[in-house]
Design a protein around this ligand. Structure first.
Ligand code: PLP
Length: 389
Protein backbone atom coordinates (compact mmCIF):
# COMPACT_ATOMS: atom_id res chain seq x y z
CA UNK A 1 0.00 0.00 0.00
CA UNK A 2 1.26 3.47 -0.89
CA UNK A 3 1.31 5.94 1.96
CA UNK A 4 0.45 9.45 0.72
CA UNK A 5 2.51 12.39 1.98
CA UNK A 6 0.85 14.43 4.71
CA UNK A 7 0.47 17.48 2.49
CA UNK A 8 -1.60 15.53 -0.06
CA UNK A 9 -3.99 14.55 2.71
CA UNK A 10 -4.51 18.23 3.46
CA UNK A 11 -6.01 18.86 0.00
CA UNK A 12 -9.74 19.68 -0.01
CA UNK A 13 -12.17 16.99 -1.16
CA UNK A 14 -12.98 17.05 -4.85
CA UNK A 15 -16.48 18.29 -4.29
CA UNK A 16 -17.15 19.32 -7.89
CA UNK A 17 -15.59 16.24 -9.47
CA UNK A 18 -17.98 14.18 -7.33
CA UNK A 19 -20.92 16.32 -8.41
CA UNK A 20 -20.17 15.88 -12.11
CA UNK A 21 -19.63 12.12 -11.69
CA UNK A 22 -23.08 11.87 -10.12
CA UNK A 23 -24.64 13.85 -12.98
CA UNK A 24 -22.81 11.78 -15.63
CA UNK A 25 -24.01 8.53 -14.05
CA UNK A 26 -27.62 9.70 -14.24
CA UNK A 27 -27.23 10.76 -17.89
CA UNK A 28 -25.82 7.28 -18.63
CA UNK A 29 -29.00 5.83 -17.12
CA UNK A 30 -30.96 7.72 -19.78
CA UNK A 31 -32.32 10.66 -17.75
CA UNK A 32 -32.65 14.12 -19.35
CA UNK A 33 -30.38 15.97 -16.93
CA UNK A 34 -29.93 19.76 -17.10
CA UNK A 35 -26.48 20.31 -15.62
CA UNK A 36 -26.11 23.87 -14.30
CA UNK A 37 -23.78 22.83 -11.50
CA UNK A 38 -20.42 23.35 -13.14
CA UNK A 39 -18.41 26.23 -14.60
CA UNK A 40 -17.73 24.78 -18.02
CA UNK A 41 -18.76 27.13 -20.89
CA UNK A 42 -21.23 25.37 -23.22
CA UNK A 43 -20.25 27.22 -26.43
CA UNK A 44 -17.31 26.32 -28.74
CA UNK A 45 -14.19 28.44 -29.24
CA UNK A 46 -14.66 30.99 -32.08
CA UNK A 47 -13.71 29.20 -35.32
CA UNK A 48 -10.99 31.67 -36.45
CA UNK A 49 -9.02 30.87 -33.26
CA UNK A 50 -9.36 27.12 -33.89
CA UNK A 51 -8.23 27.63 -37.52
CA UNK A 52 -5.19 29.53 -36.31
CA UNK A 53 -4.24 26.62 -34.05
CA UNK A 54 -4.59 24.12 -36.90
CA UNK A 55 -2.28 26.11 -39.16
CA UNK A 56 0.23 26.79 -36.37
CA UNK A 57 0.46 23.09 -35.49
CA UNK A 58 2.31 22.55 -38.79
CA UNK A 59 5.15 24.87 -37.77
CA UNK A 60 8.12 22.67 -36.78
CA UNK A 61 9.43 25.42 -34.48
CA UNK A 62 6.55 24.59 -32.16
CA UNK A 63 7.43 20.90 -32.08
CA UNK A 64 10.41 21.71 -29.90
CA UNK A 65 10.35 22.79 -26.25
CA UNK A 66 8.99 26.33 -26.01
CA UNK A 67 11.05 29.05 -24.28
CA UNK A 68 10.84 28.25 -20.57
CA UNK A 69 8.53 31.14 -19.69
CA UNK A 70 6.61 31.04 -22.99
CA UNK A 71 6.82 33.02 -26.25
CA UNK A 72 7.28 36.77 -26.02
CA UNK A 73 4.59 37.37 -28.67
CA UNK A 74 1.95 35.98 -26.32
CA UNK A 75 3.14 38.15 -23.44
CA UNK A 76 2.99 41.17 -25.76
CA UNK A 77 -0.52 40.17 -26.85
CA UNK A 78 -1.90 40.04 -23.31
CA UNK A 79 -0.15 43.32 -22.44
CA UNK A 80 -1.80 44.93 -25.46
CA UNK A 81 -5.23 43.65 -24.41
CA UNK A 82 -4.79 45.09 -20.91
CA UNK A 83 -3.69 48.42 -22.30
CA UNK A 84 -6.69 48.61 -24.65
CA UNK A 85 -9.31 47.30 -22.23
CA UNK A 86 -8.13 48.74 -18.93
CA UNK A 87 -5.52 51.38 -19.74
CA UNK A 88 -2.96 49.30 -17.79
CA UNK A 89 0.62 49.16 -19.09
CA UNK A 90 2.51 45.90 -18.48
CA UNK A 91 6.13 45.08 -19.33
CA UNK A 92 5.92 41.77 -21.26
CA UNK A 93 9.36 40.72 -20.00
CA UNK A 94 8.92 41.27 -16.27
CA UNK A 95 5.23 41.71 -15.51
CA UNK A 96 3.62 38.81 -17.41
CA UNK A 97 3.73 35.06 -16.70
CA UNK A 98 2.06 32.54 -19.01
CA UNK A 99 0.26 29.79 -17.11
CA UNK A 100 -1.22 26.39 -17.84
CA UNK A 101 -4.69 27.82 -17.13
CA UNK A 102 -5.31 30.43 -14.46
CA UNK A 103 -5.82 27.63 -11.95
CA UNK A 104 -2.17 26.59 -11.84
CA UNK A 105 -1.08 30.12 -10.95
CA UNK A 106 -3.71 30.37 -8.23
CA UNK A 107 -2.21 27.26 -6.63
CA UNK A 108 1.44 28.14 -7.35
CA UNK A 109 1.30 31.61 -5.81
CA UNK A 110 0.70 30.11 -2.37
CA UNK A 111 3.71 27.85 -2.81
CA UNK A 112 5.77 30.87 -3.92
CA UNK A 113 4.89 33.07 -0.96
CA UNK A 114 3.71 31.08 2.06
CA UNK A 115 5.68 29.25 4.73
CA UNK A 116 4.13 26.88 7.29
CA UNK A 117 2.40 29.01 9.92
CA UNK A 118 1.75 31.93 7.56
CA UNK A 119 -1.81 33.07 7.01
CA UNK A 120 -3.64 33.45 3.72
CA UNK A 121 -6.89 35.45 3.61
CA UNK A 122 -9.47 33.62 1.54
CA UNK A 123 -13.00 34.70 0.54
CA UNK A 124 -15.86 32.57 1.89
CA UNK A 125 -17.72 31.54 -0.21
CA UNK A 126 -14.97 31.24 -2.82
CA UNK A 127 -13.35 29.22 -5.56
CA UNK A 128 -11.99 26.07 -3.88
CA UNK A 129 -8.66 26.05 -5.75
CA UNK A 130 -7.43 28.85 -3.49
CA UNK A 131 -7.57 26.34 -0.64
CA UNK A 132 -5.41 23.79 -2.45
CA UNK A 133 -2.31 25.95 -2.78
CA UNK A 134 -2.53 27.05 0.84
CA UNK A 135 -2.81 23.39 1.91
CA UNK A 136 0.19 22.37 -0.20
CA UNK A 137 2.23 25.20 1.32
CA UNK A 138 1.30 24.01 4.84
CA UNK A 139 -0.04 27.49 5.60
CA UNK A 140 -3.26 28.47 7.35
CA UNK A 141 -6.42 29.93 5.83
CA UNK A 142 -8.38 32.68 7.48
CA UNK A 143 -11.74 33.10 5.82
CA UNK A 144 -13.20 36.47 4.93
CA UNK A 145 -16.99 36.03 4.93
CA UNK A 146 -18.75 37.62 1.94
CA UNK A 147 -22.18 38.77 3.12
CA UNK A 148 -25.00 39.65 0.77
CA UNK A 149 -25.68 42.73 2.94
CA UNK A 150 -22.15 43.97 2.06
CA UNK A 151 -22.49 43.30 -1.69
CA UNK A 152 -20.48 40.07 -1.22
CA UNK A 153 -17.33 42.12 -0.55
CA UNK A 154 -15.01 41.24 2.38
CA UNK A 155 -15.06 43.43 5.48
CA UNK A 156 -11.35 44.07 6.15
CA UNK A 157 -12.22 45.85 9.41
CA UNK A 158 -13.55 42.59 10.87
CA UNK A 159 -10.21 40.72 10.57
CA UNK A 160 -8.35 39.99 13.82
CA UNK A 161 -4.99 41.74 14.44
CA UNK A 162 -3.29 38.42 15.29
CA UNK A 163 -4.30 37.00 11.90
CA UNK A 164 -3.27 40.18 10.07
CA UNK A 165 0.18 39.99 11.69
CA UNK A 166 0.74 36.60 10.05
CA UNK A 167 -1.05 37.24 6.76
CA UNK A 168 1.21 37.20 3.68
CA UNK A 169 -1.26 36.62 0.87
CA UNK A 170 -4.94 37.26 0.10
CA UNK A 171 -7.32 36.28 -2.67
CA UNK A 172 -10.06 38.45 -4.10
CA UNK A 173 -12.26 37.52 -7.07
CA UNK A 174 -14.63 39.85 -8.96
CA UNK A 175 -16.76 39.29 -10.98
CA UNK A 176 -17.22 36.67 -8.31
CA UNK A 177 -17.55 32.93 -8.42
CA UNK A 178 -19.95 31.84 -6.90
CA UNK A 179 -22.01 34.95 -6.02
CA UNK A 180 -21.91 36.85 -9.35
CA UNK A 181 -21.04 40.04 -7.46
CA UNK A 182 -18.88 42.74 -9.08
CA UNK A 183 -16.46 45.17 -7.41
CA UNK A 184 -15.93 48.85 -8.15
CA UNK A 185 -12.83 51.06 -8.20
CA UNK A 186 -13.45 52.18 -4.59
CA UNK A 187 -13.25 48.58 -3.32
CA UNK A 188 -9.96 48.00 -5.16
CA UNK A 189 -8.53 51.27 -3.80
CA UNK A 190 -9.46 50.11 -0.28
CA UNK A 191 -7.83 46.73 -1.00
CA UNK A 192 -4.55 48.29 -2.21
CA UNK A 193 -4.41 50.52 0.87
CA UNK A 194 -5.20 47.59 3.22
CA UNK A 195 -2.63 45.29 1.59
CA UNK A 196 0.11 47.93 1.61
CA UNK A 197 -0.54 48.74 5.28
CA UNK A 198 -0.28 45.09 6.36
CA UNK A 199 2.38 43.89 3.90
CA UNK A 200 0.04 41.41 2.22
CA UNK A 201 0.34 40.33 -1.43
CA UNK A 202 -2.96 40.53 -3.33
CA UNK A 203 -3.95 37.82 -5.80
CA UNK A 204 -6.87 39.20 -7.81
CA UNK A 205 -8.67 36.46 -9.72
CA UNK A 206 -10.18 38.12 -12.83
CA UNK A 207 -11.33 34.92 -14.56
CA UNK A 208 -14.73 36.48 -15.33
CA UNK A 209 -13.41 39.93 -16.23
CA UNK A 210 -15.01 39.86 -19.67
CA UNK A 211 -18.51 39.15 -18.37
CA UNK A 212 -20.30 42.20 -16.96
CA UNK A 213 -23.97 43.14 -17.23
CA UNK A 214 -26.26 46.17 -17.31
CA UNK A 215 -23.82 48.24 -19.35
CA UNK A 216 -21.09 48.05 -16.68
CA UNK A 217 -17.59 46.95 -17.67
CA UNK A 218 -15.90 45.00 -14.85
CA UNK A 219 -12.95 46.93 -13.35
CA UNK A 220 -9.51 45.28 -13.24
CA UNK A 221 -7.62 45.38 -9.95
CA UNK A 222 -4.56 46.57 -11.91
CA UNK A 223 -6.36 49.80 -12.86
CA UNK A 224 -6.00 50.92 -9.24
CA UNK A 225 -3.07 53.26 -8.49
CA UNK A 226 -0.44 51.28 -6.55
CA UNK A 227 -1.90 47.86 -7.47
CA UNK A 228 1.29 46.60 -9.11
CA UNK A 229 3.28 47.35 -5.95
CA UNK A 230 1.11 45.01 -3.89
CA UNK A 231 -0.14 42.30 -6.16
CA UNK A 232 -0.91 40.39 -9.31
CA UNK A 233 -4.00 39.63 -11.32
CA UNK A 234 -4.87 36.22 -12.74
CA UNK A 235 -6.43 36.33 -16.18
CA UNK A 236 -7.57 33.47 -18.39
CA UNK A 237 -8.94 32.78 -21.86
CA UNK A 238 -11.14 29.96 -20.53
CA UNK A 239 -14.34 31.95 -20.08
CA UNK A 240 -13.89 35.07 -22.23
CA UNK A 241 -13.03 33.13 -25.42
CA UNK A 242 -14.69 29.78 -24.58
CA UNK A 243 -11.23 28.21 -24.40
CA UNK A 244 -11.47 26.29 -21.12
CA UNK A 245 -9.99 23.14 -22.68
CA UNK A 246 -6.97 24.98 -24.10
CA UNK A 247 -5.56 25.81 -20.67
CA UNK A 248 -4.23 29.32 -21.30
CA UNK A 249 -3.93 31.73 -18.36
CA UNK A 250 -1.72 34.55 -17.15
CA UNK A 251 -0.40 36.21 -14.02
CA UNK A 252 0.08 39.95 -14.50
CA UNK A 253 1.52 42.71 -12.36
CA UNK A 254 4.12 42.76 -9.57
CA UNK A 255 7.50 41.80 -11.09
CA UNK A 256 8.81 40.05 -7.94
CA UNK A 257 5.79 37.76 -7.80
CA UNK A 258 5.88 37.16 -11.58
CA UNK A 259 9.53 36.08 -11.33
CA UNK A 260 8.66 33.51 -8.63
CA UNK A 261 5.69 32.17 -10.58
CA UNK A 262 7.86 31.78 -13.70
CA UNK A 263 10.44 29.98 -11.62
CA UNK A 264 7.99 27.46 -10.20
CA UNK A 265 6.05 26.86 -13.43
CA UNK A 266 9.25 26.00 -15.29
CA UNK A 267 9.70 23.09 -12.88
CA UNK A 268 6.15 21.83 -13.38
CA UNK A 269 5.23 22.25 -17.05
CA UNK A 270 7.78 24.30 -19.00
CA UNK A 271 5.14 26.46 -20.78
CA UNK A 272 2.41 25.56 -23.30
CA UNK A 273 2.49 24.03 -26.79
CA UNK A 274 3.72 26.85 -29.06
CA UNK A 275 0.82 26.50 -31.51
CA UNK A 276 -1.61 27.08 -28.64
CA UNK A 277 0.39 30.16 -27.68
CA UNK A 278 0.14 31.47 -31.25
CA UNK A 279 -3.64 30.92 -31.40
CA UNK A 280 -4.03 32.48 -27.94
CA UNK A 281 -2.12 35.57 -29.10
CA UNK A 282 -4.45 35.73 -32.09
CA UNK A 283 -7.49 35.51 -29.76
CA UNK A 284 -6.19 38.44 -27.70
CA UNK A 285 -5.21 40.71 -30.60
CA UNK A 286 -7.76 39.79 -33.30
CA UNK A 287 -11.38 41.04 -33.50
CA UNK A 288 -13.00 41.18 -30.05
CA UNK A 289 -16.66 41.11 -31.18
CA UNK A 290 -17.06 37.53 -29.94
CA UNK A 291 -16.16 38.62 -26.40
CA UNK A 292 -18.80 41.37 -26.39
CA UNK A 293 -21.37 38.99 -27.87
CA UNK A 294 -20.55 36.38 -25.21
CA UNK A 295 -21.22 38.81 -22.38
CA UNK A 296 -24.50 39.88 -24.05
CA UNK A 297 -25.50 36.22 -24.43
CA UNK A 298 -25.03 35.54 -20.71
CA UNK A 299 -27.01 38.68 -19.90
CA UNK A 300 -29.94 37.48 -22.05
CA UNK A 301 -29.76 34.09 -20.35
CA UNK A 302 -29.71 35.76 -16.94
CA UNK A 303 -32.78 37.84 -17.72
CA UNK A 304 -34.70 34.89 -19.17
CA UNK A 305 -33.85 32.78 -16.13
CA UNK A 306 -34.89 35.49 -13.67
CA UNK A 307 -38.25 35.93 -15.44
CA UNK A 308 -38.73 32.15 -15.09
CA UNK A 309 -37.67 32.22 -11.40
CA UNK A 310 -40.16 35.00 -10.83
CA UNK A 311 -42.95 32.85 -12.34
CA UNK A 312 -42.23 30.02 -9.89
CA UNK A 313 -41.92 32.43 -6.92
CA UNK A 314 -38.15 32.00 -6.33
CA UNK A 315 -36.89 35.37 -5.13
CA UNK A 316 -33.19 36.17 -5.67
CA UNK A 317 -30.87 39.03 -6.66
CA UNK A 318 -29.48 39.17 -10.18
CA UNK A 319 -25.71 38.77 -10.67
CA UNK A 320 -23.84 41.82 -12.03
CA UNK A 321 -21.24 39.69 -13.82
CA UNK A 322 -19.72 36.20 -14.26
CA UNK A 323 -22.06 33.46 -15.46
CA UNK A 324 -23.25 32.40 -12.02
CA UNK A 325 -26.48 33.03 -10.14
CA UNK A 326 -26.40 32.69 -6.37
CA UNK A 327 -29.85 31.68 -5.22
CA UNK A 328 -31.15 31.33 -1.63
CA UNK A 329 -32.55 27.89 -0.81
CA UNK A 330 -36.13 27.62 0.48
CA UNK A 331 -36.79 27.51 4.23
CA UNK A 332 -36.30 24.14 5.85
CA UNK A 333 -33.49 23.07 3.51
CA UNK A 334 -29.71 23.09 3.64
CA UNK A 335 -27.84 23.84 0.44
CA UNK A 336 -27.03 20.15 0.06
CA UNK A 337 -30.49 18.78 0.88
CA UNK A 338 -32.05 21.22 -1.59
CA UNK A 339 -29.53 20.44 -4.36
CA UNK A 340 -30.07 16.69 -3.78
CA UNK A 341 -33.83 17.06 -3.98
CA UNK A 342 -33.67 19.11 -7.18
CA UNK A 343 -31.28 16.56 -8.68
CA UNK A 344 -33.32 13.53 -7.75
CA UNK A 345 -36.79 14.89 -8.49
CA UNK A 346 -36.22 17.45 -11.25
CA UNK A 347 -33.00 16.17 -12.90
CA UNK A 348 -31.44 19.62 -12.57
CA UNK A 349 -27.88 19.88 -11.22
CA UNK A 350 -27.14 22.88 -9.00
CA UNK A 351 -23.99 23.34 -6.91
CA UNK A 352 -24.66 23.41 -3.14
CA UNK A 353 -23.31 26.65 -1.69
CA UNK A 354 -21.53 24.86 1.15
CA UNK A 355 -19.08 23.46 -1.45
CA UNK A 356 -17.62 26.98 -1.64
CA UNK A 357 -17.17 27.39 2.11
CA UNK A 358 -19.20 27.66 5.29
CA UNK A 359 -20.68 31.04 4.39
CA UNK A 360 -22.08 29.46 1.23
CA UNK A 361 -24.64 27.57 3.32
CA UNK A 362 -28.17 28.69 2.51
CA UNK A 363 -27.48 29.15 -1.22
CA UNK A 364 -27.08 27.16 -4.42
CA UNK A 365 -25.04 28.22 -7.43
CA UNK A 366 -26.66 28.02 -10.85
CA UNK A 367 -24.46 28.38 -13.95
CA UNK A 368 -25.99 30.12 -17.00
CA UNK A 369 -24.51 27.34 -19.10
CA UNK A 370 -27.43 26.15 -21.18
CA UNK A 371 -29.56 27.97 -23.75
CA UNK A 372 -32.54 30.07 -22.72
CA UNK A 373 -35.11 27.34 -23.40
CA UNK A 374 -33.22 24.87 -21.19
CA UNK A 375 -32.87 27.43 -18.40
CA UNK A 376 -36.65 28.04 -18.54
CA UNK A 377 -37.22 24.29 -18.52
CA UNK A 378 -34.94 23.91 -15.46
CA UNK A 379 -36.87 26.62 -13.58
CA UNK A 380 -40.22 25.08 -14.55
CA UNK A 381 -39.13 21.64 -13.32
CA UNK A 382 -37.99 23.10 -10.00
CA UNK A 383 -41.24 25.08 -9.78
CA UNK A 384 -43.25 21.85 -10.06
CA UNK A 385 -41.68 20.63 -6.80
CA UNK A 386 -43.87 23.26 -5.10
CA UNK A 387 -41.19 24.54 -2.68
CA UNK A 388 -41.63 28.27 -3.23
CA UNK A 389 -44.35 30.53 -1.82
N1 PLP B 1 -10.91 31.33 -11.06
C1 PLP B 1 -12.22 31.11 -10.97
C2 PLP B 1 -13.01 31.92 -10.01
C3 PLP B 1 -12.81 30.11 -11.75
O1 PLP B 1 -14.12 29.89 -11.62
C4 PLP B 1 -12.01 29.35 -12.62
C5 PLP B 1 -12.57 28.26 -13.43
O2 PLP B 1 -13.60 27.72 -13.21
C6 PLP B 1 -10.64 29.63 -12.67
C7 PLP B 1 -10.13 30.62 -11.88
C8 PLP B 1 -9.67 28.82 -13.47
O3 PLP B 1 -9.75 28.97 -14.79
P1 PLP B 1 -8.70 28.29 -15.77
O4 PLP B 1 -7.79 27.40 -15.00
O5 PLP B 1 -9.53 27.52 -16.73
O6 PLP B 1 -7.98 29.42 -16.39
Amino acid sequence: RVEPAARIQELPTQFFANLSAKAAARVAEGYDVINLGQGNPDQPTPQPIVDRLKAAADNPLYHKYPPFSGYRFLKEAVAKRYEEDYGVKLDPDTEVAILFGGKTGLVEISQCLLNPGDVCLVPDPGYPDYWSGVALAGARMVFMPLAESNGFLPDYGALKPEDLNRAKLMFINYPNNPTGAVADAAFYAETVEFAARHGIVVASDFAYGAIGFDGKRPVSFLETPGAKEVGVEFYTLSKSYNMAGWRVGFALGNADVIRLINLIQDHYYCSLFGAIQEAAAYALTGPQDSVRELSAMYERRRDTLFRALDRIGWKASKPGGSFFCWLPVPAGHSSESFADLVFEQADVVLAPGVGFGRSGEGYVRLGLLADEARLEEAAARIGRLGLFG
